[in-house]
Design a protein around this ligand. Structure first.
Ligand code: ADE
Ligand code: ZN
Ligand code: ZN
Length: 236
């Protein structure tokens, strides 16, 4: 996701944290909101010192395959990256500085896990190589899903986070079930639909929004609820 998407995920997650998790996270982040730190992992991308985390933002899975059936990326991926973050945060031997850093990464990566094209095909870099038109400008399918649709309405992240219809505790629990591997499989399935949704060079606009923005919103909410679940498990 782009900045707005990650902030929405962080904002929703903060509404579902346990009291204990909230207190421990506030101490580590010096009171900064999850929404504020949610983009840290993207902000450090251009800094060579953090090169090693570049491949952790996505996981490529070939059509018809599942995570783990192909040889793992030597640079790591979204799944191994999330596992690493959880490990460092939980490890009592980790420095305070590392815990803070990996917590910020985790908040970001659980968001990325829910962008379908962050679990797309390697051959087109998760849709980055699929050029399309968004209204009257050139862009690519990955960017349409990261940010073009989300930013089309020019709503703030709090406005988007507050625009959801209420869901019952049971529905929340249901969404929070499962594992990182289940959630990545769900994104991979959605990625197939996204790939089928547009042709190379196609002009996308209001109709595309109408057909696909609901999926974006559902994925952002799932990302937020599941981020809360992961953080409650860690800090519970
Ligand atoms: N960003 C850069 N490379 C990517 C890939 N292969 N899949 C998804 N997102 C990416
Ligand atoms: Zn992206
Ligand atoms: Zn990212």
């Amino acid at each position: 996701w782009g900045p707005t998407g990650h902030r929405v995920v962080g904002e929703i997650a903060s509404q579902y944290l346990s009291g204990k998790a909230k207190r421990k996270i506030a101490r580590l982040l010096h009171g900064q909101d999850l929404a504020v730190v949610a983009n840290h992992a993207d902000e450090i991308k251009s800094d060579n010192r953090y090169r090693e985390f570049g491949a952790w933002h996505y996981v490529n899975i070939a059509p018809g395959k599942q995570y783990g059936e192909e040889s793992p990326s030597e640079h790591g991926d979204l799944v191994s990256g999330i596992e690493r973050c959880i490990h460092v945060i939980k490890d009592e031997h980790s420095s305070e500085e590392d815990k803070v850093f990996y917590l910020k990464l985790l908040i970001h990566f659980i968001g990325d896990l829910h962008q379908p094209l962050h679990a797309g095909k390697a051959e087109d870099k998760g849709g980055n190589d699929i050029q399309v038109r968004w209204f009257n400008s050139g862009t690519n399918l990955h960017s349409v899903w990261d940010s073009k649709m989300i930013d089309q309405y020019k709503m703030s992240y709090t406005e988007i986070a507050d625009s959801y219809t209420d869901i019952s505790r049971q529905e929340v629990k249901k969404i929070q079930e499962g594992s990182v591997l289940d959630w990545v499989a769900e994104s991979r399935n959605l990625a197939d639909e996204v790939y089928a949704s547009a042709e190379i060079g196609e002009k996308l606009g209001y109709r595309y929004m109408y057909e696909h923005f609901s999926t974006v919103k559902i994925q952002l909410r799932k990302g937020g609820l599941r981020l809360a679940r992961v953080l409650n498990d860690i800090f519970g």
